[in-house]
Design a protein around this ligand. Structure first.
Ligand code: AMP
Ligand code: MG
Length: 523
């Protein structure tokens, strides 16, 4: 068996519980708990990310049968001290106390060829002290969703944790998907994911809540030394610069989510990466009909706290919680942190306005109010008839090469993004045409190739629509991984046009099918 040179900076430099009771308990004065992953009955590797494997120089073929054992935690790699991380968090606006890795177990770290360190973490490898009422396991359904979506996000060019491998365990896991008392026994799975760090906003909040100020400082120092080394040796001034960068990364990440219509759907502070990456893919979704109030999260249908349109302001709300937690690092003076928080809206707005300009192909965008109104009026128009956010922009880009003064022709092309194209009121048709006429006049003077290039690099053709994931899941649960394999290729070239049915609007049958638009947190 080839050996992976795994090590653990996190556990060797930071305090943890070394021998741990697997029973759920409150942990004090520690950042991690040593845990032993459960042994899977019949572990089987079903997919690997070639891109991530190459980056980590892992040759799954040469690992043979041991690959499935190693990447389910059924066999430990030499040098690995598996551990679960302690963290807390605000969930749906309320402090939830200790959460922690209830079903994630880190194996340790590996360096890639550029010297970048990556933590490998198994999701679904059994109970930990943080499992609370959960069983510590994960089902194939949710594991496929996270496995594919992290890679989709990466290839869209958006900061994210990564997927390395997906295994099934050979065991079943009971789940009550709709919380209605109907329990099904689903196939168990384990995702091996990778990130430079899995530290979350909630990792700091738990130490602040427990007045563990020495741990708070050690964790900040560790994150800065390992993942923000360009900021220099930790000091009070460096903590502020660090917070400034977290604010910036978070604002820019969310502007990127908005660009592609990604709705995370559970933006609790325990799901906010300290690196500003997308983390913890649960009941996420991709905007289909443009609607700022949309969320795929079944349990958030009332409040819509984590809807598409709320994501930017929730990002700031979460940063406030982080600022409160790290206040002791800023000598308990709130003003400098508040000043940094006050920059969030400006950073986000500027990024978003530029993003909209890019989506519209405004090559010589100058930041004028006229340009911004063009964007704002489009959002207004798009809510008048169900319009697919992704297909609208790819269709619009197709018209750039045509006759830009033929508004009817442009309208015909973009109407492929309409979910109810037969029944668009004349008034709405006219509103669209008025808008299209303004847009086409605005871009008519630009070199078409530049417009097409800009729009093509900003507007994806392929997004991982929930109804596609559901089809992949249905197949995989029956032991067929053909569509999983195909989709893992599609996610690698999201900006390339093809005639795939998955680059079109969601078919009618998928509107009401469970898992195709709306999801629960059951995983
Ligand atoms: P999530 O909503 O997946 O981000 O999870 C919130 C918290 O619940 C985290 O502490 C998770 O580790 C924990 N959790 C979620 N599912 C399970 C499970 N099946 N077993 C144990 N803990 C879980
Ligand atoms: Mg989570």
């Amino acid at each position: 068996m080839a050996e992976l040179p795994i090590y653990s900076n996190f556990t060797s430099h930071l305090p943890g519980e070394e021998t741990t009771s697997p029973h759920p308990h409150q942990v004090e004065n520690a950042m991690w708990s040593e845990v032993t992953p459960a042994i899977a009955s019949r572990p089987q590797l079903i997919h690997t990310s070639a891109n991530m494997a190459a980056r980590l120089d892992i040759d799954f073929d040469s690992l043979g049968d041991s690959a499935a054992q190693l990447f389910t935690g059924s066999r430990l790699m030499p040098g690995s001290t598996p551990y679960a991380m302690r963290y807390g968090g605000h969930q749906f606006g309320n402090w939830a106390g200790q959460l922690g890795d209830g079903r994630a177990i880190a194996l340790g770290e590996l360096n890639d060829s550029s010297g970048q360190h990556w933590v490998l973490q198994l999701k679904g490898a059994g109970p930990t002290p943080y499992s609370r009422q959960g069983d510590g396991f994960a089902v194939l359904r949710s594991s496929i969703r996270e496995y594919l979506c992290s890679e989709a996000m990466y290839h869209l060019g958006i900061a994210t944790t990564r997927s390395l491998s997906l295994c099934i365990t050979g065991d079943t896991v009971p789940r009550d998907i709709f919380y209605d008392g109907n329990v099904t026994h689903e196939p168990g799975a384990i995702l091996c994911r990778a990130a430079n760090s899995f530290v979350r906003f909630g990792s700091f909040e738990i130490h602040a809540a427990h007045q563990e100020h020495d741990l708070l400082k050690s964790l900040a120092d560790h994150v800065i030394r390992n993942d923000y080394p360009h900021l220099g040796t930790p000091s009070e001034a460096v903590y502020l610069k660090w917070f400034e960068e977290i604010v910036q990364r978070t604002a820019l990440l969310i502007a990127e989510w908005q660009r592609v219509g990604f709705v995370h759907a559970v933006m609790n502070t325990d799901n906010m990466s300290i690196l500003g990456q997308t983390i913890d893919y649960g009941p996420y979704g991709w905007l289909e009909e443009y609607d700022p109030g949309w969320t795929p999260n079944f349990i958030d249908q009332q409040g819509r706290r984590y809807s598409y349109g709320n994501q930017p302001s929730i990002g700031l709300w979460n940063l406030y919680r982080l600022a409160n937690a790290i206040l002791p690092l800023a000598d308990n003076k709130p003003e400098p942190l508040k000043e940094i928080l006050d920059t969030y809206d400006g950073i986000y707005d500027q990024a978003w306005k530029k993003t909209v300009a890019n989506k519209l192909g405004l090559v010589d965008y100058a930041g004028t109010s006229e340009e911004h109104t063009l964007g704002d009026d489009l959002w207004q128009t798009m809510t008048q008839t169900p319009t697919d956010y992704t297909v609208f922009f790819t269709a619009l880009a197709k018209t750039v090469n045509g006759n830009l003064s033929d508004v009817d022709a442009i309208y015909d092309t973009i109407s492929e993004s309409f979910y109810d194209s037969e029944n668009v009121a004349i008034e709405v048709q006219n509103n669209y045409k008025k808008w299209l006429s303004r847009w086409s006049k605005r871009i008519a003077g630009q070199p078409a190739q530049e417009t097409i290039k800009l729009m093509g690099a900003t507007n994806p053709h392929f997004i991982l629509r929930n109804y596609l994931s559901q089809q992949i899941i249905d197949q995989a649960e029956a032991g067929d991984y053909t569509l999983l394999d195909q989709a893992s290729k599609w996610v690698q070239s999201p900006y390339t046009a093809s005639d795939s049915e998955y680059q079109k609007i969601r078919p009618k049958w998928a509107t009401t099918k469970p898992g195709c638009t709306m999801l629960t947190c059951s995983s």
